[in-house]
Design a protein around this ligand. Sequence first.
Ligand SMILES: O=C(O)C(=O)C[C@]1(C(=O)O)C=C[C@@H](O)C=C1
Length: 94
Amino acid sequence: MTIEEIRNEIDLLDSRIISLIAERQAIAGRMAHEKYLAGLPVRDEGRREALLDRVFNEAVEQNIDPVMVRRIFEILMDMSEERQHECIGEGNLP
Ligand SMILES: O=C(O)C(=O)C[C@]1(C(=O)O)C=C[C@@H](O)C=C1
C-alpha cells in the first residue's frame, strides 16, 4: 500500500469518527431534555468517573494508550455538557 492509499484510509476513518461524534452530540441533546424535565443538573460526576474508568480499561484491553483515550473522552463529555447547556438555554454561544 502507498502512503497516499493509507492516508485515504485514515481520512475515511476520520470522517466516520466525526459522524459518531455528531451522533453522540445528538444524544446529548435528548439527554438535556430528559434532565431538564427531571430537574437534574447537566454534570454527573459519578457517571463521568464510571465512563472514564470503563474507557480506560477498554483501551488497555485493546492495547492503546489508556491515558490518551481518557483525555479524548474527557473532551467528548465536555462537548456533550456544552451541548446540553445550549439545549436548555444556558449556553455561552451568542
Ligand atoms: O450520562 C449523563 O448523565 C450525561 O449527561 C452524558 C455525559 C456524557 O457525555 O457521557 C455528559 C455529562 C455528564 O456529566 C456525564 C455523561
